[in-house]
Write a protein that binds this ligand. Sequence first.
Ligand code: 4NP
Length: 148
Amino acid sequence: MKKVLMVCLGNICRSPLAEAILQSKVDSKEVLVDSAGTAAYHIGNLPDKRSIEVAAKYGLNINNQRARKFVAADFDEFDFIYAMDKSNYNNILLLANNADDKQKVKLILNEISEDNHSVPDPYYGGDQGFENVYNMLDKACTVIANKL
Ligand code: 4NP
C-alpha cells in the first residue's frame, strides 16, 4: 500500500480537496490518501463549505473528512507528503527527523511545473478561488496518480 499525505494550513480548504481528488484517481486497494494541516485552528472540523461545494460540483463527497494537525509521526506513516504552499512546506520540514523524512516532502505544484509555485490560500477569498484551487489540484493529482 502506498500512502500519500496532502498538507495545507488549516486542513479545511485545499488539502481536503487534494485528498479527495487524488483518491478518486487511484485504486483504493493500492493507494491510501489522507490530509492534515500545519495549524491547529480547525482540528475536528468539517471541510470549509466552499470546498464541500466545489468538490460536489465535480462529483466528489468530502463530508466524511475532519481536520487534523500534521504530526512528526506522519513521516513514518506516509511515503509521499505534498505541501500546498511554501509556508506549509517549511513548517513540515521543521518536524523532520532526518534526510529520509525531508525527502518525502514536495510542493504539490512542482508536479506540473518546476517553479516552486504555491496553491493560493482561498480561505479569505470568494468562490472563484476554490474553483481555481480545484483545477490546479486536479492537474497535479493526474500527474501524481500516473506516477504512483
Ligand atoms: P487551508 O485554508 O489551509 O487551505 O485549509 C485555510 C483555512 C483556515 C485558515 C487559513 C487557511 N485560517 O486562518 O483559519
